[in-house]
Design a protein around this ligand. Structure first.
Ligand SMILES: [Fe+2]
Ligand SMILES: [Fe+2]
Length: 368
């Protein structure tokens, strides 16, 4: 038994026999109409979620695992009230370290090593010697790299996939280069590249990657902005003669990148680079989030009403859509309990919604 036989939710059909590993999204022991308890589960992987039922040895089996555990299950699929459901006759808890996590969360389309190599090229181009040593120091830190390779950029809102932070960072690096080309007399390229890399760096500690993305204790209590500032302090101490004012200016880029005090930034942008970084960050995260919403929405033209943005979003007619519009890896936003068959839906938490209404391109909420 193991992951070699992984069967994905999206491939399960009526009357299939299923033997594979799932993540337990939801677990309950309700009573049936005749008063007997049964196990009601929602099982998921990166392709979706499916309801499952266990009717034998319910109490003993319910004690063996909890929600967010991985479970080896064997059973049969059948349609019940118009939805696919699994009736399980075997289940066993599987330790997380025996599971291939990429089966349970979406991953970036690109190899993390390639993305880190692209980042390294940009760091090598940094002119200021202190800043260059400072940035390359991160890429020489094995503990940091292990976290950075898999970190998502956010829990659900944008680039919510393993490697999503790298994808977001590289996308911003390309944007930053173009903006510096437009305003070479206004923007310092070294600082823009450093800001792009550092602004969300605290996410390597803020978010955990375990079956789904969640906030760590330090993420909840301290948050990625403050964690990022601490990481800058620690790294700057390792570069001989690192200028104090440079350290302060780097910290300002991180502290101000949400743009406004009420969106989680303790400081508003006060340098040209901080202003540009905040605007580019907002643009990149928002485009990615709108794209996910459009891909997840089944309609051909208007999406469902999006409370976070207080509007409907329009998908262009096919002939106007950019090439590749429909070919993005799906983010792994797991279904909540109930409504479990079919595609996972976007799940918004209070943490996701705490950041800035989208002022730059007009009012909406949700940032990271
Ligand atoms: Fe952020
Ligand atoms: Fe960001």
């Amino acid at each position: 038994m193991g992951e070699t036989r992984k069967i994905f939710v999206e491939s399960i059909r009526d009357r299939d026999r299923v033997a594979t590993v799932f993540l337990v999204k939801h677990k309950a022991v309700p009573l049936s109409r005749n008063g007997k308890p049964y196990l009601a589960l929602v099982l998921q992987d990166r392709t979706g979620a499916i309801e499952a039922r266990v009717f034998d040895d319910v109490e003993d089996r319910a004690r063996l695992f909890d929600a967010m555990d991985y479970l080896w299950v064997e059973g049969a699929a059948h349609e019940y009230q118009g939805r696919l459901q699994l009736k399980l006759d075997r289940l066993e808890k599987i330790p997380a370290d025996r599971v291939d996590i990429s089966n349970f969360v979406a991953t970036a389309g690109r190899n993390p090593d390639d993305m880190i190599a692209e980042l390294r090229v940009r760091f090598e181009q940094v002119v200021n010697p202190h800043l260059k040593a400072f940035l390359l120091g991160f890429l020489a830190d094995r503990d940091f790299l292990a976290r950075y390779r898999v970190a998502p950029a956010a829990k659900t809102i944008h680039h919510a996939m393993m490697g999503g932070l790298l994808v977001h960072t590289l996308s911003l690096a390309r944007l930053a280069d173009n903006v510096v080309d437009c305003y070479p007399h206004l923007l310092n390229r070294d600082l823009m590249i450093a800001g792009v890399f550092l602004h969300d760096i605290g996410k390597v500690h803020e978010l955990s990657v375990n079956g789904q993305f969640g906030y760590t204790d330090i993420g909840k209590l301290v948050g990625h902005i403050t964690i990022g500032v601490e990481m800058i302090s620690a790294r700057a101490r390792q570069v001989d003669g690192f200028p104090e004012d440079l350290e302060m200016i780097l910290k300002h880029l991180v502290l101000s990148h949400h743009g406004r005090l009420e969106f989680g930034s303790p400081k508003r942008p006060k340098t040209m680079e901080a202003l540009a970084l905040s605007a580019l960050d907002e643009l990149d995260s928002r485009l990615d989030n709108w794209y996910s919403i459009m891909l997840d929405d089944p309609s051909d033209k208007w999406t469902a009403f999006q409370p976070m943005y207080e509007r409907y979003l329009m998908k262009l007619p096919g002939y106007l859509r950019p090439e590749g519009f429909d070919h993005k890896p799906k983010p792994a936003a797991p279904a909540a309990d109930g409504g479990a068959s079919g595609k996972p839906r976007q799940e918004m938490s209070r943490e996701d919604l705490k950041f800035r209404p989208f002022q730059g391109l007009a009012g909406s909420q949700g940032k990271d």
